[in-house]
Design a protein around this ligand. Structure first.
Ligand code: KG4
Ligand code: ZN
Length: 506
């Protein structure tokens, strides 16, 4: 495309006014434009055209050393082609010529794409004008030193416009993600969906340990205490400020409602005060995206086994964003079973890590615990029967005064959980014909489950992806990865959105 940008002249006004009228709800009149053209000493008005056809226009006003962009509009069918960038370059050049050393503009607070665009050329949030465009329609003021404004000669393919929302650029988005669905207060900063700049997790585990499980009221209060510090820390470690960000992502379900609301309210507040778009994330989707964090080439179609303290789900993912839940647990989640068995044994909370450590030394065939639903022919799980069998076994042994081998008990219990999960996951992958399985959630940290799956899948030529340990348990890096994907799709969480405790994946 060859876009010519030249000075606007009176003969252009018909076309300019027509474009103005379809673009802005409070359009300037022909007279206002004529008036502007008459003030050439402090103004710069330009049109962009291709073969004589008007594509867009823009104007800048200079007062003392400050330049103010008054208007940039691009024809609806010619956006995202670099027209706005080309105009902005010329406007900045004219402003420099008139002696300005700073460039500012106002943009509608909800016009995320325009805000994105101005950020992408180096402008930053400088303030807010409330109700500037009418009651409740706020303006954000953006500004930059004029020498910092540049579009790289119109290289970015996207363009924008002050009034209309356009798609944002992708590839280098800087996202702050917040996760508070359970008992970890977490924040992470990520660039471009893969480059993790910081990943801060404040665990409350110590506060819950004495109760043998997560206490919702404590979780909620601890999130409230920790969230500001955790977010600040994530920004500081990433060496960025709010002004550098492109969006905020937050987990809004599923999880403990009292815990989720803390993250959601804080993220909404940040979004409102900074003008940054807010993206809502599903916690389970985050766990699935964790696989792609370590192995960026991981892509659907795949089967994911999501096993955590709250979930045991086998999910078919034909493409990102499409989830078919094949089966879930009918009662306890896998992690919950580990936690409850550990509690009965007085091993503390969370149970998974302790039991898997003990199991390393034990004999998994020592006690024959039930493999519930192993041959049910579907993808559902049940873990409460196993939990009861383990508890009964412990009671019987204690009553009989027999010495129990904790490692054998742990290994046998773990084997019963792992066997069923491996069998069903492998069958799902084979039946659906996928080449990849992702293991996700806190229980994915279990070495025996990892190994069992890896071996069984390898025999069938199916790839297993397991996130590194830090991305298995709750964290915000996975929320940032999923959030970036949702951000690119244009998904947004509105200011009235609420946390959803039982948010489903599909
Ligand atoms: O994903 P996550 O951090 O939080 C939830 O979303 O629930 O998962 C926590 C769960 C806990 O139940 C914990 O006992 C379990 O993951 N877990 C493990 C292991 N490490 C953590 N379960 C079995 N083996 C492990 N090594
Ligand atoms: Zn989780």
């Amino acid at each position: 495309m060859t876009v010519d940008v030249r000075e606007m002249d009176y003969a252009d006004l018909d076309g300019v006014v027509a474009l103005e009228e379809v673009t802005f709800s409070e359009a300037w009149s022909r007279r206002t434009f004529a008036d502007e053209l008459a003030r050439a000493r402090t103004r710069g008005w330009y049109v962009a055209e291709e073969d004589g056809a008007l594509l867009g226009y823009g104007g800048v006003m200079v007062i003392d050393d400050e330049a103010h962009i008054m208007n940039i509009a691009v024809r609806g069918d010619r956006r995202r082609e670099g027209v706005a960038s080309a105009l902005l370059d010329v406007l900045a050049g004219r402003a420099r010529e008139l002696g300005a050393d700073r460039l500012t503009l106002e943009v509608r607070a909800e016009n995320e794409a325009a805000i994105q665009f101005y950020r992408s050329v180096g402008m930053q949030l400088a303030g807010e004008r409330r109700s500037y465009y009418g009651p409740g329609a706020h303006a954000l003021i953006m500004g930059a030193a004029i020498d910092d404004v540049g579009t790289g000669g119109g290289v970015p393919a996207e363009s924008s416009h002050v009034a209309e929302a356009q798609e944002s650029r992708s590839g280098a988005e800087l996202i702050l993600a917040i996760e508070t669905s359970c008992d970890e207060t977490a924040a992470a900063v990520m660039r471009g969906g893969t480059e993790l700049l910081s990943n801060v997790v404040a665990s409350q585990v110590d506060f819950h340990a004495r109760f043998g499980g997560v206490v919702p009221e404590i979780a909620s209060r601890k999130h409230t205490e920790a969230i500001v510090g955790v977010v600040d820390e994530a920004l500081a470690r990433a060496n960025v400020t709010f002004a550098d960000l492109d969006a905020i992502a937050v987990t809004y379900g599923p999880g403990l409602i009292g815990a989720l609301v803390v993250g959601v309210a804080y993220a909404k507040g940040l979004s409102f005060s900074t003008g940054l778009p807010l993206v809502g994330d599903n916690h389970l989707e985050g766990h699935i995206f964790a696989a792609a964090l370590a192995e960026p080439d991981i892509a659907p179609p795949l089967v994911a086994l999501v096993v955590s303290g709250g979930h045991t789900s086998l999910v078919h993912v034909p493409e990102w964003g499409v989830y078919h839940t094949l089966g879930q647990t009918l009662d306890d989640a896998a992690g919950e079973a580990f936690d409850k068995v550990a509690k009965v044994l007085g091993l503390g909370y969370p149970g998974g890590p302790v039991i898997s450590k003990l199991a390393e030394e034990g004999d998994p065939t020592a006690i024959d615990f039930p493999r519930a639903m192993m041959h049910s022919g579907d993808y559902r799980f049940s873990l409460s029967g196993l939990k009861t069998a383990v508890i009964n076994h412990i009671r019987n042994e204690r009553e009989a005064g027999r010495e129990m081998s904790l490692p054998d008990l742990a290994a046998s219990f773990q084997a019963a959980v792992v066997d069923v999960q491996v069998a069903k996951t492998v069958r799902a992958a084979v039946e659906l014909g996928v080449g990849t399985v992702c293991l996700a959630g806190g229980v994915a940290a279990n070495p025996s489950l990892r190994e069992g799956l890896r071996t069984a899948l390898a025999e069938r030529g199916i790839r297993l992806s397991v996130p590194p340990f830090a991305f298995c348990t709750d964290n915000a890096a996975m929320i940032a990865a999923a959030g970036t994907w949702r951000f690119r799709r244009g998904d947004r969480l509105g200011p009235a959105a609420e946390a959803v405790a039982d948010l489903s994946l599909a």
